[in-house]
Design a protein around this ligand. Sequence first.
Ligand SMILES: *Cc1c(COP(=O)(O)O)cnc(C)c1O
Length: 375
Amino acid sequence: MKKETLAIHSTNLKDETAASIAAPIFLSTTFERSEDGTYPKGHMYARNSSPNREVLEKGLAALEGGLRAFAFGSGLAAVNAVFQCLQSGDHILMPSVGYYASYKLAEEILGPWGLQVSQVDMTDLEAVKNAIQSNTKLIWIESPANPMLSLSDIVGICQIASKLSIKVGVDNTLASPILQNPIALGADIVMHATTKYIGGHSDILGGAVVLKEDDDWAHRIQRVQILMGATPNPLDCYLLARGLKTLPLRMKEHSKNAAILAEKLENHHAIEKVHYPGLPSHPQYDLAMKQMPNGQSGMIAIQLKASENATQKFASTLNLFQQATSLGGVESLIEHRKSIEGPQSSTPGNLLRLSIGLEHVDDLWTDLRSALDKL
Ligand SMILES: *Cc1c(COP(=O)(O)O)cnc(C)c1O
């Protein structure tokens, strides 16, 4: 089946009570046991498993082409579950440019427990090869990566890793399961902050891990889900499964709007640089076309011909683009990354990250252009 069909039909929860078409929401934390002590519907206690979470996990596994999926209460809880598969003394290779909190989790929280982490330019295959250590057990990729939307060659890195029996995990949040499937490119693990495109309406915090195989890592992640207990609630699971149904359609529109705006932005005199892998002028354009042939995400980063101060001010002069962090919602957002990342940030001060929403692209351009014209 194609993704549009899978998205709708892999997320069904058949209800026997009312024969409803839309899924019911099961708020129950506990489930009745039979006379012989078994659990007839497979659920015992909601931290272990529950009907709405099960449906969400099935849908995610189907769309990513994996055998198992596990949902969590945030993207970071999902990252943590993957990192918990490692032992004290193991090493993770992480990207030098990527979601800052994922690195902080490895370094600040798991470092004292004996996990080793180092960062490398994940866009450079030679550098990746050279940064692998004898105790490297996991290579963590984020592609496209925050905040400049740089890409990593997933196939290339997986080829290097598989020769050395190193697992590869991909934070696929910015691409969504619609525009990129890392498992098909050779990865073992896919992670999503479902907070972003999958939820799609800026009203749910969630995360997920999808695994290619039902192996010992899958078992361990399930144990972490149950024993560390960062599980999502049934209402959020319902909303996320509902979000999956329209995800193919939403991604098409996010992608189309961003492609149009990236080109217009590139031709505006107040812009120094546009970071969008779908532009032929982008240094990774060929990789973008190969790795994400069905479209790029709705994310664009721009650098203005303006000072850091003026750039930060610019972010609050737009009407439709609201100044806020996060991404992937129906509404367009703009954010000044450097001031969010803090003083140690290497992000340029004149850089703004745009999450292109589902408003009409003409209105979005009018908003951007009239502010840019005033610079
Ligand atoms: C938001 C985000 C996360 C973290 O997700 P939370 O739900 O905020 O914990 C991880 N990776 C990427 C790429 C993100 O955008």
